[in-house]
Ligand binder design. Structure first.
Ligand SMILES: Cc1cc2nc3c(=O)[nH]c(=O)nc-3n(C[C@H](O)[C@H](O)[C@H](O)COP(=O)(O)OP(=O)(O)OC[C@H]3O[C@@H](n4cnc5c(N)ncnc54)[C@H](O)[C@@H]3O)c2cc1C
Ligand code: FES
Length: 236
């Protein structure tokens, strides 16, 4: 979905998100968070999957309608644009959504994008990443495309070779078990990893404490101190 949001588009950083009120009614009552997928001038794109009431309503919007949007929210990824580092972006399912914007910012650096999904039809943005010049690798749980297995298994497969060549940095977005595994792998290989967490959110601006996660420094709000955290800071 393309939104005309001049101010947000100017300010948005990869990893930041929007809180969208999908209807004027009390149902659904809460705004819903969506990562910034791409920015094109004044336009900002989100990429989303219909999973429930709010996303169903969103999918029925017509061109020219107005939406109540707050953003950009959250901290975003810290970019490693030194040319000596190989940046590895790991996406699970709809986790590709914010990583596209990140890949655009890292396009001049050497980077790889690993995209994992249950099956081939759920792999998104492969061509768009390739058009950016990303080295793209795919994994599917059922083996219908690319490596057969989890995207974290694919990461473990390429790491021993990659790590002998360059310093690495990992950036990941996807389901919680995947991010937990990324944390384990990054610790095992001593590679810095930034992970974008998804929690159910209410206010989205740090006021309600509805989105906290446990970190080594105490509880942190995913909407305010996150959604991007250093993987080694999270207590799983
Ligand atoms: C920072 C952030 C960025 C996000 N970016 C994107 C994005 O770019 N594209 C996208 O498709 N989705 C994204 N999401 C998830 C998206 O917000 C939810 O899918 C959406 O709120 C669902 O609303 P709904 O009313 O359609 O479904 P609901 O009826 O609220 O939920 C439907 C199902 O999805 C689950 N669910 C809802 N919200 C979440 C969540 N935050 N995390 C895990 N499970 C959830 C519910 O438990 C339920 O099983 C993001 C979430 C966060 C926190
Ligand atoms: S959603 Fe309210 S504090 Fe994060």
């Amino acid at each position: 979905m393309v939104l005309k949001t001049p101010r947000i588009s100017r300010q948005a950083l990869p990893g930041q998100f929007l809180e969208i009120k999908v209807a004027d009614s009390y149902e659904p009552f809460l705004r819903r968070p969506f990562g910034v997928h791409r920015v094109r001038g004044e336009n900002l794109e989100i990429l989303y999957e219909v999973v429930g009431k709010a996303t169903e309503i969103l999918a029925q919007k017509k061109a020219g309608e107005y939406l109540d949007v707050i953003g950009p929210l959250g901290n975003g990824f810290r970019l490693n644009i030194t040319h000596s580092t190989l940046n590895i972006l790991v996406a699970g399912g709809m986790g590709v959504a914010p990583l596209m914007f990140l890949a655009e910012k890292l396009a001049e650096t050497k980077h790889q994008v690993l995209i994992g999904a249950k099956t081939k039809s759920q792999i998104f943005c492969e061509k768009e990443f390739q058009d950016l010049g990303s080295d793209v690798k795919i994994s599917t749980d059922d083996g219908s495309q690319g490596f057969k297995g989890k995207v974290t298994d694919l990461l473990q497969k390429i790491l021993p070779h990659a790590i002998s060549h360059k310093p690495l940095a990992i950036y990941a977005c996807g389901p919680r078990p995947m991010l937990q595994e990324i944390s384990r792998i990054s610790k095992k290989y001593n590679i810095p990893a930034q992970i974008s967490l998804e929690e159910h959110m209410a206010c989205g601006i740090g006021a309600c404490l509805g989105c906290v996660v446990n970190t080594r420094a105490g509880y942190a709000r995913v909407c305010k101190e996150g959604p991007v955290f250093d993987a080694d800071k999270i207590v799983w």
